[in-house]
Design a protein around this ligand. Structure first.
Ligand code: PMP
Ligand code: GLN
Length: 412
């Protein structure tokens, strides 16, 4: 393995998807719905496959299929109150993963520092490091760990955040709504980060793949809309999360043309162009939602409404067995503290260094329920903060959530 890739050999997804295949547990691990995606979107793909326009099965424009970049530009222009140029300020990528990758490869010189908030979506770190950058970590910590804990209780220390910014800082990566905590960053928190980014003239990569999954009364705020921030922000989205089609792997980045240019250079020499039929179908999906943005049946409203009872049901059954869940304000993951149940698991039967890995593996093999170990979302120094936690995904059929409830009650 080349030196620049050393230390990145392990992936929680590779490991836990293998575990799921091997032990066939009830899988509340990797984040994806286990039920049908919205019909209008899957019908759109079916009709594209049968279209009488043969070109829809061929390569399309490299930086994004015209119909999709037009729909994205129209949609986000409305949301951020600025006229986006579909050809220069939007890039379609192979999932949000590639948007993150192209952003970091395209904007990192050796030795550049990127501030990363823990827990973080795990790929940020290998992407920074393989680009020659250096991750600088700051952890969200819960204000309390008993009673009702919500994702809003998880905060960063402002002095510590301030101390991370310096001459070498290239940027900060933020993720709101947050995976795995479900935190929806407040205006005050985002303004604090924005002020530091302006003071130190840094970039912001804003991973907003869960932008439409926010529970009342919380509101998603796009940091690119704060004064003086559009010019330094690359915002990232995902069709997989937006339309519940994670297998389509279509994502995007939007931001000022000069910043997106660097992403284009990476994209044109690696992926070059994304699949045409899925882009066409995602465009059709957006066109419908743009029409009904203010209606309750808009998918960007109905999805969160549909997920809310699932969230509350999961929080209830986790509590009933003695775990302490963090109630998420957004997204479809729930972090739960299982330390009260430690006497019911034989952690010594597993060999991993971190307790949450041992807990999740033991549970998968002996109880039949798979969750994700959150220390995978921490840098080397702060993993102890998350060892008593597990992440469960709740965008699952009610019958599967009920099955999880039963499995846990039988065990605990
Ligand atoms: N960022 C976060 C926070 C995620 O949870 C995910 C997983 N969907 C991604 C990025 C990657 O998204 P995609 O599946 O579109 O590549
Ligand atoms: N974003 C999803 C999650 O956090 C899937 C990640 C992945 O498959 N790499 O579970």
């Amino acid at each position: 393995l080349p030196n620049r890739l050393k230390g990145n050999e392990k992936s929680v997804w590779v490991e836990y998807i293998q575990l799921a295949l091997q032990y066939k547990p009830l899988n509340l691990g990797q984040g994806f719905p286990d039920y049908y995606a919205p019909e209008n979107v899957t019908n759109a793909l079916a009709s594209v496959a049968k279209s009488d326009n043969p070109l829809l099965q061929q390569y399309t424009r490299g930086f994004g299929h015209p119909r999709l970049v037009n729909a994205l530009a129209k949609f986000y222009s409305k949301l951020i109150n600025r006229d986006l140029d579909p050809n220069k300020e939007v890039l379609v990528t192979s999932g949000a993963y590639e948007a993150l990758y192209s952003s970091l490869q395209g904007h990192t010189n050796p030795g550049d520092e990127w501030i990363i908030i823990e827990p973080f979506f795990d790929c940020y770190v290998p992407m920074v490091q393989s680009a020659g950058g250096i991750p600088r970590y700051i952890a969200l910590k819960p204000k309390s760990t008993s009673g009702t804990v919500t994702s809003g209780d998880w905060i960063f220390d402002r002095k510590e955040m301030e101390s991370l910014f310096n001459q070498k800082t290239k940027g900060i990566i933020i993720n709101t709504p947050h995976n795995p905590i479900g935190k929806v960053f407040t205006l005050d928190e985002l303004q604090f980060i924005a002020d530091l980014a302006k003071k130190w003239n840094t970039l912001v990569i804003s991973d907003e793949v869960y932008e439409h999954i926010v529970y009342e009364p919380y509101k998603h705020i796009r940091i690119a809309t704060l004064p003086g921030m559009y010019e330094r922000t690359i915002t990232i989205g995902s069709a997989g999360k937006t339309f519940s089609v994670t297998g389509w792997k279509i994502g995007w980045a939007y931001g000022p043309a000069n910043l997106l240019y660097n992403l284009q250079v990476i994209h044109q020499n690696s992926v070059y162009t994304c699949t045409t039929p899925t882009q066409e179908a995602v465009a059709i999906g957006f066109e419908l939602e743009i029409e009904r943005l203010d209606h309750p049946e808009c998918y960007f409203r109905s999805l969160a409404m549909e997920l809310l009872p699932k969230r509350d049901y999961m929080a209830k059954f986790l509590r009933e067995v003695g775990m302490v869940p963090t109630i998420p304000e957004g997204g479809y993951f729930m972090l739960a503290n299982w330390s009260a149940l430690e006497n019911k698991v034989k952690l010594h039967e597993e060999t991993d260094e971190n307790k949450d890995y041992r807990f999740t593996k033991w549970m998968t093999k002996n109880v039949g329920l798979l969750g994700i170990p959150p220390t995978a979302f921490y840098g080397p120094e702060h993993k102890t903060l998350a060892e008593d936690y597990v992440r469960y995904c709740f965008i699952k059929k009610d019958e599967n959530l009920k099955a999880a409830d039963k499995i846990l009650k039988k065990w605990a």
